[in-house]
Design a binder for this molecule. Sequence first.
Ligand SMILES: Nc1nc2c(ncn2[C@@H]2O[C@H](COP(=O)(O)OP(=O)(O)OP(=O)(O)O)[C@@H](O)[C@H]2O)c(=O)[nH]1
Ligand SMILES: [Mg+2]
Length: 301
Amino acid sequence: MIRRHGVISIGATGMSENIDRLKSTSTTNVEEVSSVVTPPTTQAPQVEAVVNPEGIDTLRITGPLVVFFGPREIGKTVTLLRLCTHIRSSYQISPDQNFRTDAGYSTTISAFEALLRNMQFAPGATGNVDFLLLNVTYDGGRFCQFLESPGEHFFNRHNPNAAYPTYMNKILADDYKKIFVFFFEIGMFRSDEDLRNYSDKIGRLVSTRISSKRDEVIILCNKSDLHGHYRGGMPIKSEFRKAIYDHSSFRGLKTSLENSGFRHVPFVVFSAGAFNDDGQGQKTFAPSSTLSKGPMEADSR
Ligand SMILES: Nc1nc2c(ncn2[C@@H]2O[C@H](COP(=O)(O)OP(=O)(O)OP(=O)(O)O)[C@@H](O)[C@H]2O)c(=O)[nH]1
Ligand SMILES: [Mg+2]
């Protein structure tokens, strides 16, 4: 089904269209990428030597890299899991074993794999899965990589102008293609000031560190199931778009996108599924539909 549509599709177009475009650019790099990600063991000491002080081996990233960018609790891990469950019948997805050098990374990988197996979201279930690199392979060659980082590496409302961590600065400086998925949710912060700070931080990134010639940007409006703009089981995308784009706090980012030459910025309305409290402190989860018309509608227009 994925081959027929030629996309990674979660019943919709926006995110999938972009990943499809990514496919056309990434396949030409397969040879090059494969040789970089599997260095001969004799080179191991060299790799060790360049691991940065944060214990993150950015040499594991050769792109194209999809960056899930958003604050804590916005739903990056859940979105990643939902995307993986959808594409795994055609794409091989495996956590990169050597991205982080700290002892806790193996726990992260195990927790991710366990969640992918059963998608049970007890409170805090995604807590251990906040920082990992996934390698996505198609037809035997590297297709792309997904990076999920803890929200505070991107934005902390108590310190909105904090610098990015060193590993992130390296990623931003490296010249492989990046696809930034900027996470938003209607009412995601308690104050407009926090929303403006978040949007402005993205705006600065877009203006100064992302190239419209090389990179792509997606605005993802997450947890749509919580925000009633639905008709006939479908999210009304124009309503979600209005709520995000017409908010005064978004203005600076809109200008940055326009001025930076991003002519087509997909706006994706997304929900991983329905989350309900079971009354006993647990959350039950029902994944959203994978049909092309369903509540997990994503659209690019
Ligand atoms: N209603 C609803 N809730 C969601 C959705 N996606 C995530 N959530 C809820 O949001 C919580 C946080 O999601 P995570 O994916 O862990 O958030 P995150 O952005 O990865 O957070 P950090 O890793 O801490 O930066 C989950 O435990 C769910 O309860 C969604 O599509 N709909
Ligand atoms: Mg997370």
